[in-house]
Design a protein around this ligand. Structure first.
Ligand code: ADP
Ligand code: MG
Length: 292
């Protein structure tokens, strides 16, 4: 190979906001068959707003529930957590970080903690089993929202919904990648309806939408796409570090990406502008043509 061309291409990529670690990735990028996007924080802004918060137990007050939820979530780095803390503040409830014991994060499911002597579990429908609730409950889910359930011990005591919106330029980025003959898919831990709402906002640009995934499911699906050809995964590092590592190239969103993604991602997207990705693919193809 000709290191000079390689070097130029890399520095050009860096100036467009993509930091490529090592030259091997140029060829993979040029020949990529599938680009897989994480949803929350990648396709969407990861800036949630609480649209509904309901107590569903006569034994619990709204203020107590807000206090338990915002305090427990104040220990989580998930974008949903910030919105729930903010929602508490709107109701004059200050979270008490220090009053939460035994905090646990269940990637792709939710969180738990002990506060006021109570075991609080917050998350999607999977969290029911963590809370030890045996009964299947029919939920009135808000269509297209990210829905959450709150358990006190094994008892369901509340529900909430949040909404998030796609990043500007996300649709254009997906369309541009597709115009290069590359398959675009989404991998999300969120529910099907929320995933499909994002797909609607993208003008149905995605070829496949995979929802309700655990972090290990995302990695397993990446392995399946890899059988068809080079696969790139783009994520924010929250619950997708395994998938970023499994992909031929993992691209982590720069600024809001967690430290873990920065270590696992082979390429760091310096800005959150996913429109840099089709640009990088075109650059890699051009560079490779020069090399041959
Ligand atoms: P995505 O794959 O779209 O980026 P995540 O994997 O980050 O989504 O999260 C998947 C799901 O796990 C969320 O939609 C939510 O239901 C649940 N979840 C994750 N973290 C939390 C949290 N801190 N509190 C409540 N629920 C959570
Ligand atoms: Mg995410």
């Amino acid at each position: 190979s000709t290191p000079v061309v390689n070097f130029c291409a890399l520095s050009k990529a860096a100036t467009t906001g993509l930091l490529v670690k090592g030259g091997d990735y140029l060829e993979i990028l040029a020949k990529v068959k599938t680009v897989a996007f994480d949803k929350t924080g990648t396709i969407t802004r990861g800036e949630f707003v609480v649209t509904n918060f309901q107590v569903i137990s006569d034994d619990v007050s709204l203020n107590a529930l807000l206090y338990w939820v915002s305090s427990t979530e104040s220990k989580s780095i998930h974008p949903m957590a910030a919105a729930l803390v903010e929602y508490g503040r709107l109701h004059s409830i200050e979270p008490k970080f220090e009053n939460v014991e035994d905090f646990q994060n269940f990637p792709g499911e939710g969180v738990s903690g002990k506060i006021d002597g109570k075991d609080i579990y917050i998350g999607n429908r999977r969290i029911r089993l963590r809370a030890g609730c045996a009964a299947e409950i029919e939920f009135q889910n808000m269509e297209g929202k990210t829905n959450g359930h709150i358990y006190c011990g094994a008892t369901l005591v509340g529900t909430f919904s949040l909404s998030d919106t796609c990043r500007s330029g996300a649709m254009e980025a997906v369309e541009e990648i597709k115009s290069l003959g590359i398959k675009c898919v989404m991998l999300t831990g969120d529910n099907h309806a929320a995933a499909m709402l994002a797909q609607d906002q993208l003008g149905h640009a995605l070829d496949v939408v995979h929802a309700e995934l655990l972090p290990e499911d995302k990695a397993r699906i990446i392995e399946v796409y890899k059988k068809e050809g080079p696969t790139v995964m783009i994520g924010d590092g929250i619950n997708d570090a395994l998938a970023l590592a499994a992909a031929d190239i993992g691209i982590s969103m720069g600024i809001s990406g967690s430290a873990l993604a920065k270590e696992t991602g082979h390429v760091i997207l310096m800005s959150n502008n996913i429109q840099k990705i089709p640009l990088a693919i075109k650059l890699a193809r051009r560079t490779l043509r020069k090399l041959i």
